[in-house]
Design a binder for this molecule. Structure first.
Ligand code: DCP
Ligand code: MG
Ligand code: MN
Length: 338
């Protein structure tokens, strides 16, 4: 894991190969400006020490504009670029585009569906009625709310939903602390979903807290559907909510956190995922292992977990302390939005 090498590895070949073709195209078109833009973007991507898996990671990379960003998004979603293959009307790209927008459908799943001759959400639904257990719960929900889930949630609406959820949680236990994390805590004007973390202000969280909360919010009419089994006493819940009949159906996640893990969970679930990745990398380089649960000294790294030797978890009372333990200056949530 720790090996150093002078050889540069291109972790983003899946993107650069296609952009390279566009650069070549711009060159032969005599479009110097565009050629330079592609060249710069390719160089940025080649120099990254990680693989770009989502468009969110690209958005704020210095040297990549929104036009190229859109192309990268397309590559990530469909595995190809319509412009490159010169297949603007290609049915495969259209099918991939529609199918990959289903919540819970990754690219591998979409490929599998397409190979079965499924080209649209309507055809997928048709196929699923004839083949039992063809779709996961996640995918069924994704199809049911397909249109609504394409829209991000305005911040104001998140605040209304948050207030209802927090009020209900306090009615179960006055000592509960609830915090909306994710893109909301990073100050985004709109959010893909609502991520709420819970812990207890004085130690132990109540047994069965989450299932009681879910039941309560279901009765109150906020929760409309479940992705996780609402009855099992898990520490994670995923569901669908709706503020009122004038608003859309929204994805909502709850996570219950033990008090000692709170700052670590807060930091992890605030993200961004890109920020988390760079923090873990920094921790690793400095002899630590950082997770959503804790920070530990890593005394020996190994290829597999069982070969590693780790110290005891290092406690932290706040996110500020975690930064400080890692020798970093504190970054507020809005500064982590990249
Ligand atoms: N997270 C992560 N790695 C993942 C998934 C999630 O580090 N693969 C962390 C960082 C995210 C947080 O969990 O910020 C919440 O996950 P979301 O998928 O809800 O992402 P965001 O809330 O950041 O964005 P969105 O507005 O799309 O919900
Ligand atoms: Mg989110
Ligand atoms: Mn989420």
């Amino acid at each position: 894991v720790c090996q150093r090498s002078n050889e540069k590895v291109n972790h983003n070949e899946h993107i650069t190969t296609l952009l390279q073709k566009l650069q070549t195209q711009s060159h032969s078109d005599g479009d110097r400006w565009r050629e330079f833009a592609y060249k710069k973007a390719i160089s940025v991507l080649k120099n990254l020490d990680y693989r770009i898996e989502s468009y969110k990671q690209v958005k704020n990379l210095y040297g990549i504009g929104s036009k190229i960003g859109e192309k990268i998004e397309e590559i990530l979603k469909t595995g190809s670029l319509r412009k490159v293959s010169n297949i603007t009307q290609d049915s495969q790209a259209i099918a991939y585009d529609e199918l990959s927008k289903i919540h819970g459908a990754g690219i591998e799943t979409v490929k599998k569906w397409y190979a079965l001759g499924i080209n649209s959400v309507a055809q997928l639904e048709q196929y699923a009625t004839q083949h039992t257990d063809f779709l996961t719960t996640n995918q069924k929900i994704g199809i049911k709310y397909y249109k609504d889930f394409q829209h991000r949630i305005p911040r104001d609406e998140v605040i209304f939903i948050r207030d209802i959820v927090i009020k209900a949680s306090l009615e179960i236990d006055k000592g509960i602390i609830g915090e909306v994390c994710g893109s909301f805590r990073r100050g985004r004007p709109d959010c893909g979903d609502i991520d709420i973390l819970f812990t207890h202000s004085r130690g132990e969280i109540l047994q069965g807290f989450l299932s009681r909360l879910v039941k309560k919010l279901e009765v109150a009419g906020l929760l409309k559907d479940h992705l996780t089994n609402a009855k099992t006493d898990s520490d994670k819940y995923m569901g669908v909510c709706q503020l009122n009949s004038d608003t859309l159906f929204r994805r909502i996640d709850f996570v219950v956190i033990p008090t000692i893990e709170w700052p670590f969970a807060l930091m992890y679930f605030t993200g961004s995922d890109h920020f988390n990745r760079s923090m873990r990398l920094w921790a690793h380089k400095n002899g630590f292992s950082l997770s959503e649960r804790h920070l530990v000294r890593c005394l020996r790294w190994g290829r597999t977990k069982d070969k590693e030797i780790k110290g005891d978890p290092i406690p932290a009372n706040s996110e500020e302390e975690i930064f400080s333990l890692l020798g970093l200056t504190y970054k507020s949530p809005i500064e982590r939005d990249q």
